[in-house]
Design a protein around this ligand. Structure first.
Ligand code: PEP
Length: 251
C-alpha cells in the first residue's frame, strides 16, 4: 500500500490575525484550485489562531494541526493546551517532540511519547519529531540517536492512521543549512527500518523531512525514496513559498 504524502506548515510563534488570515486564505484557495488530492496539506498555527484558520479552511482540503499538546486531558497546567482542546478546536493533527520543545522546554523522549499517546486518545494524528544535534552528528552518533528517539518517543501501538514521524536534524532547523539528499536518505531508511522492526505496520508510517525546506530544494528532497513529505517552518509563513513546496510534492 502506498504511503500518504504530506506537506505540513509549522508557523511556530508567528502570526497575528490580519496577516495570518490572508496566509490561511491564500493556501486554502490555492490547494482547492489545484484539484490535487495529494499531498495532504496541514497548517499548524499558534493556538490563538486555530479558530480563525479553521474558519478559513473549513471542510476543505487543508487540515488543521496544533504545535504541541499536554499529556493530560485537563488540569492545573497553566499555559498548556490538551489534545482534547485541539480536537475540539478543529485539529486533526498535532506536532509533538519538536526540537524547540525538546531543547527549550526540556522535553525528553518519555514526555514526547506521553504526548503522542494523549494525541491518539483524543483522536488526533501525532506528528512525532526526531533529529540529531550537530554535536551528535559530528560525533558519528546520528543513527544511534535516531534509533533511541524512535524507540522511546513513538508509542508501540502507532500506525499509519494515527502517526507520522518527522526527521528534523536540529542543525538544519531555521538555519538555512539543509541536510544533503544522501544524509536525508540514510536517516529516513534507518527510521523506516526501526519503525518496521518495532511496530506492527510501522514501516507504513509516513516519514517527513524538516529543516530549511524551501521551494528550491523541495522537489529533490520529496522525491527521495523514503521521504513522504515535508515539515516546513520558515517557508510556511509565505504563501507563495509554501505553495511552491506543496506543488513540488510528487503527489
Ligand atoms: C521546523 O521548525 O519544523 C522547521 C523545519 O523549520 P525551518 O523550515 O524553518 O527550518
Amino acid at each position: 500500500m502506498s504511503r500518504t504524502r504530506y506537506v505540513i506548515g509549522n508557523w511556530k510563534m508567528n502570526g497575528t490575525r490580519v496577516g495570518a488570515q490572508a496566509l490561511a486564505r491564500a493556501v486554502a484557495a490555492a490547494v482547492a484550485a489545484s484539484g490535487r488530492a495529494s499531498p495532504r496539506v496541514v497548517l499548524c498555527p499558534p493556538a490563538t489562531l486555530l479558530a480563525m484558520v479553521a474558519a478559513e479552511t473549513g471542510e476543505g482540503r487543508v487540515a488543521l494541526g496544533g504545535q504541541d499538546c499536554h499529556a493530560r486531558p485537563s488540569g492545573a497546567f497553566t499555559g498548556d493546551v490538551s489534545a482534547e482542546m485541539l480536537a475540539e478546536a478543529g485539529c486533526r493533527y498535532v506536532i509533538v517532540g519538536h526540537s524547540e520543545r525538546r531543547t527549550l522546554h526540556s522535553e525528553d523522549d518519555a514526555t514526547v511519547r506521553a504526548k503522542a499517546e494523549a494525541a491518539h486518545r483524543a483522536g488526533l494524528v501525532a506528528v512525532v519529531c526526531v533529529g540529531e544535534s550537530l554535536a551528535e552528528r559530528e560525533a558519528g552518533r546520528t543513527s544511534e540517536v535516531l534509533a533511541r528517539q524512535v524507540d522511546l518517543s513513538v508509542p508501540g501501538g502507532s500506525g499509519a492512521g494515527d502517526t507520522l514521524v518527522a526527521y528534523e536534524p536540529v542543525w538544519a532547523i531555521g538555519t538555512g543549512r539543509v541536510a544533503t539528499p544522501a544524509q536525508v536518505a540514510e536517516a529516513h531508511a534507518g527510521i523506516r527500518a526501526r519503525l518496521g522492526a518495532r511496530i506492527a505496520g510501522g514501516a507504513g508510517i509516513s516519514l517527513l523531512y524538516g529543516g530549511s525546506v524551501k521551494p528550491d530544494n523541495a522537489a529533490e528532497l520529496q522525491a527521495l525514496a523514503d521521504v513522504d513529505g515535508a515539515l516546513v517552518g520558515g517557508a510556511s509563513l509565505d504563501a507563495a513559498q509554501f505553495l511552491a513546496i506543496v506543488a513540488a510534492s510528487p503527489g
